[in-house]
Write a protein of this length. Structure first.
Length: 223
């Protein structure tokens, strides 16, 4: 369904079941990593990719002005760092936001995997397409009013955390939305005064998510 503004946008649905890669995990190396670990950095040359079996990660990048921009959050059941399959540098930095379990697939193991299970190529391709759709979504949202933009990203974070308690600072929300910290602060302050949310202990607590959906719904449909 097209929105009034002619923009197609949606809150991204949940990731597929985190066990969907179970038959292929024997080709990977299981790793348990702690919160705040940097899995890889922007510019590093990849020698393999990862499957996030259980956990939460933040994907960020640094632009030409050296500003940090959060481009995505990823949860259980996702591939990460697939550009390594082309032996390309990682174009982003991946940071764990909670203790997580990964399976690391070296290029050698990946070649063995696709030789024995060629269908895995389609699974990875689907994941890449899914990520491109999310990035286009985030670009399109820039065409709507700032309060609607913040609503959109907060609703995505509720879906991501599966909780109305969002473990994100105002600076990180600024990095995610692409809005200035002052703009984000003013919007959150206004909504806090209106009882829509609460900001404390470096977290954002959404008290009335249905009101946020009203900000979003006037411009586009949430699927």
């Amino acid at each position: 369904m097209e929105s009034k503004g002619g923009v197609y946008l949606s809150i991204h649905p949940k990731s597929k079941n985190k066990h969907f890669l179970e038959p292929y995990l024997s080709y990977g190396e299981r790793r348990f990593l702690r919160k705040k670990t940097i899995l890889y950095k922007q510019g590093d040359i990849g020698e393999g990719f990862y499957f996030l079996q259980d956990g939460l990660v933040k994907i960020s990048t640094i632009d030409i002005k050296q500003n940090i921009r959060i481009i995505d959050f990823t949860s259980s059941g996702s591939f990460i760092g697939e550009q390594a399959l082309k032996e390309m540098p990682y174009f982003s930095t991946c940071t764990l936001i909670r203790d997580s379990i990964f399976y690391y697939f070296s290029l050698q193991k990946y070649n063995e995997l696709i030789h024995n299970h060629p269908e895995i190529k389609n699974l990875i391709a689907d994941c890449v397409i899914e990520k491109v759709k999310r990035l286009i979504n985030n670009i399109n949202v820039k065409s709507i009013p700032t309060e609607s933009q913040v609503s959109f990203f907060l609703l995505k974070l509720i879906d991501f955390y599966n909780n109305v308690e969002i473990n994100l600072t105002q600076q990180e929300l600024s990095d995610y939305t692409g809005l200035t910290r002052i703009t984000v602060y003013k919007i959150l302050k206004k909504w806090e005064e209106e009882g829509l949310l609460s900001v404390k202990n470096r977290k954002i607590y959404i008290l009335k998510p249905q009101i946020l959906k009203q900000y979003v719904g006037s411009h586009y449909t949430i699927i």
